[in-house]
Ligand binder design. Structure first.
Ligand code: AMP
Ligand code: MG
Length: 267
């Protein structure tokens, strides 16, 4: 069994986030070793993406969730770093627009899923519809409660139609978030990311942790499991995200198409 498995959430298992240590760096010795390993992983990821694109049959959806400052942008930069921009796409989900609110919550999401040969990374996702929406009471519970099952059904349909779905929760501690938000305020190159809603969400930290526990417990399925990535150390987060994505892509057993070359003579 792969050593990564301890980060995969088993279906229907009770989840307590305090059982997951955000400071955990147990799979690799130190920052230097992780950086070296990550560079090699990026090369392997690039090769896997190339064959995915060439084969043009499978689809890959990598979905990132986490509190503000948990490192979603950083993880995307790292894991996408080796990919050919052709065949990859990043989709960020913000508060829904009017036309989006006038439709079911999966409408805007479904439009963005990967096509054959494509890798799409979701920076936030339909999970916001049972996270921010639940914590801030944006719709009644009679509306958000059925969404867990609706999400499972939607994702199963994606998987059954040839999509690999990798769901990553970047797990940071409240004290690490404090440091990162402070850096966001202090550092002129990071300040643009600061939003007042970051502080509103921070005030409701324990409600968010509970809402994340419900997500992990109810929507980690056999076909689309969640991975909890300890993310207090950025180098470990990057190493782990790359390792998980590489492991799961390798399982697709892809190969380059073999066009018929009979009768081909190049003079
Ligand atoms: P950011 O990822 O920092 O650019 O922020 C995007 C913001 O959009 C976050 O505060 C999310 O909680 C919010 N958001 C994303 N999806 C939804 C949704 N379905 N309903 C309400 N807010 C959302
Ligand atoms: Mg933000």
């Amino acid at each position: 069994m792969s050593e990564l498995e301890k980060y995969r959430v088993a279906p229907d298992s009770p989840v307590k986030l305090k059982d997951f240590d955000p400071d955990d760096t147990s799979l690799i010795g130190d920052k230097e070793a992780a950086k070296e390993a990550s560079a090699k992983l990026q090369e392997r990821l690039a090769a896997l993406q190339e064959v995915l694109f060439a084969e043009h049959r499978k689809r890959v959806l990598i979905l990132l969730q986490g509190m503000d400052t948990s490192g979603k942008d950083g993880a995307i930069r790292h894991v996408m770093g080796g990919f050919n921009p052709q065949g990859t796409r990043i989709e960020s989900f913000k508060a829904p627009t009017e036309p989006e609110l006038e439709r079911d919550f999966l409408w805007r999401v479904h439009m963005k899923v990967p096509a054959n040969g494509e890798i799409v990374v979701f920076n936030r996702s339909h999970y916001e519809d049972v996270l921010v929406v639940r914590v801030h009471d944006l719709v009644p519970s009679s509306v958000w409660k059925p969404r867990y099952q609706q999400i499972n059904d939607f994702e199963r349909m994606l998987v059954e139609s040839g999509t690999l779905v990798i769901k990553l929760f970047l797990h940071i501690s409240k004290s690490e978030q404090k440091k990162r938000l402070q850096a966001r305020v202090d550092d002129p190159t990071k300040r643009w990311k600061f939003q007042h809603s970051d502080l509103e969400a921070r005030k409701l930290w324990s409600d968010y942790q509970k809402a994340y526990e419900a997500v992990l417990q109810k929507t980690s399925t056999q076909s689309a499991p969640w991975w909890v990535v300890p993310a207090n150390a950025k180098w470990y987060r990057n190493y782990l995200v790359a390792s998980i994505v590489e492991q799961e892509l390798a399982k697709l057993q892809m190969s380059y198409p073999e066009p018929d070359l009979s009768g081909v003579a190049i003079d």
